[in-house]
Ligand binder design. Structure first.
Ligand SMILES: Nc1ncnc2c1ncn2[C@@H]1O[C@H](COP(=O)(O)OP(=O)(O)OP(=O)(O)O)[C@@H](O)[C@H]1O
Ligand SMILES: [Mg+2]
Length: 210
């Protein structure tokens, strides 16, 4: 905050000296530049504070039996326009189709949105993007839900980092999508991990206990 505050007072001083302002166009230009910097920094600070608030206030999950197909239908609908605009092919599969799990549907939807959004963003600079969202029952009755993309993926050294709050490799990313997702999943007794083969398949898999 301190650099923004001092930048603001210097700019104010410039503008409080009208003689100097009219005498020197360069002063006006400096003031404009300073104001633009203040505006930009304030916006990213606001984004950061918003992200921080989200992480600190996860509601207690209201668990109920959630049909996975219903969850996927909402998700598909939510992303429909964005996927079409970017010509990304999306494939949603639930096996068996009547699969359901104990979860807070709103929180779980938030997790899925974060994962699909990351997949969409990872496909930003390429054609032929494919996103697969799958749910299936594991050998021991656990439920596995995964989100895959064929984007550039994550290097192995990001294995743990990617889940750290505020870690982001994106110019305007807050870095809370994955950490928030992991927190929400823990509240469900579930886990999340990823496996990445660049340009072939990057998969984030969640496992819900039986
Ligand atoms: N599907 C993916 N493909 C490639 N990299 C990914 C993928 N998902 C996550 N990452 C990497 O993990 C980092 C952390 O992801 P996370 O969702 O927590 O934050 P973000 O997407 O950068 O910002 P935010 O979700 O807050 O908008 C990303 O910046 C990116 O480097
Ligand atoms: Mg994200």
């Amino acid at each position: 905050m301190t650099p923004i505050a001092s930048l603001a007072s210097t700019t104010l001083q410039m503008l409080d000296t009208p003689q100097q302002l009219s005498a020197d166009a360069a002063v006006a230009e400096d003031a404009r530049l300073a104001l633009r910097t203040i505006q930009r920094r304030s916006q990213s600070l606001l984004r950061f504070v918003d992200a921080f608030r989200t992480l600190a206030h996860i509601p207690v999950p209201a668990m109920r039996k959630v049909p996975v197909k219903e969850l996927f239908d909402h998700l598909h609908f939510f992303f429909q326009v964005q996927l079409a605009e970017r010509s990304i092919l999306a494939d949603f599969q639930v096996e068996p189709v009547d699969l359901s799990l104990e979860a807070d549907p709103a929180l779980l939807e938030q997790v899925l949105i974060n994962l699909v959004l990351n997949a969409v963003e990872s496909l930003d600079h390429q054609d032929g993007g494919i996103i697969r969202v799958r749910a299936q029952r594991g050998e021991r009755g656990q439920i596995k839900i995964s989100v895959s993309d064929n984007g550039p993926g994550l290097p192995p050294e990001l294995k743990e980092k990617a889940f750290i709050p505020f870690f982001s490799t994106k110019p305007s990313g807050s870095g809370i999508g994955l950490s928030l997702s992991r927190l929400i999943l823990r509240l469900h007794g579930a886990s999340i991990r990823f496996h990445s083969v660049p340009q072939v398949e990057t998969t984030f898999e969640m496992v819900f206990p039986a």
